[in-house]
Write a protein that binds this ligand. Sequence first.
Ligand code: GLU
Length: 428
Amino acid sequence: MASSTNAFEMAQRQFDHVAELLKLDQPVREMLRWPMREFSFRIPVRMDDGTIRVFNGFRVQHNDARGPNKGGIRFHPAETIDTVRALATWMTWKCAVADIPLGGGKGGVIVDPATLSVGEKERLVRGYIDIVWHNIGPRQDVPAPDVGTTPQMMGWMMDEYSKLVGCYTPGVITGKPVGGGGSLGRTEATGFGVIYTVREALKHLNMDPAKCVAAIQGFGNVAQYAAIGFIEMLGGKVACVSYWDRDDRASYTVSHPNGVDPRFLMTITDQYGSIDKAKAKAAGYIIEDGDAWISKEADVLIPAALEGQVNAETVTKISKRVRLVAEGANGPTTPEADEYFKKHDIFMIPDFLCNAGGVTTSYFEGVQNDMNFYWTKEEVLQKLDTKMTQAFHSVVEMSTNEKVYMRDAAYMVAIARVVKAMELRGWI
Ligand code: GLU
């Protein structure tokens, strides 16, 4: 197979493979290989020094057969329309596999948010909404946070939209701050969701979580709560996490001989995910090259950073001890690395199943916004656990019954649900 670093090509290759297995009709394939709608636009922003800077923004709506499009907005300097298309496509499968009544969407802006002041960020996110507000809404398309965007930004976006439509509309965006229309448990949701699926996978593999070591890539929102969950919910040990150091423009792996303490590391991590190396070293942590995480002696690997990190080159460095890969990030594994997992009988929980906890809790947030009645954190996390556990077992069942790889099984479950909704609506 040819190597590919384009995330959308990768998403299409994964889809084509399963479309073949499912023998989907040509029109169905055409509908699902491409987004239904996409917007590409310019956002002028007045900077603090009085100049105007123009940012490139995107919103892609992949499929809304099962319900309003749903998915985050990423602020990243390397954002492209193809990355947003890939991520929007994966959101369709994610919502379908989690069995929540939503479709798939994603947005992005080409920007490094760390280079903006608070005021500039606020003007940029309000500017984003001023352009797309006609095309989003609680019954159309509901954005949320993703890499580089925060609950506060969601709060500003919700405010801007509410002003434009003339009424308080919290359901237009999820991932809002608690007290500003947000749901308790949303911050922990993606990372904890990863751990609910890891718990089920370890049961399936007859492995005792308390004896397991995990190596985690990343130390953003997903990785932080996955690390906490692995230790506090499962009783396991986390050998390392990794992060992108803004000052050095390099990534590092941070490990500790006794296992890392994510709650301590969070106290020395800035808002963009950079860990204070000096403080970490003073506390006995070892700082290594950013790729070192993948070759750690571990039973479980949790790539929870960006796309394409586990690829033809890095996958060969994985320790022989690894039995399970849980994809906390979206699209961390390339098709070449998938082949390696298959060959070495490494069990894997595919991204759009593994990290569906975020969007599932976003769905709960929207439900609470509609009811104007809010659940406790325990209620939210309990509902999330039930959904994630059901989703995991529906995929394992498909994988066992059809004797297919877990990623293919997840696609088969998700695609079948989306195709059914398209049929029921009379589209195909
Ligand atoms: N950005 C998250 C994801 O990729 C959450 C999306 C949402 O809550 O809508 O799943």
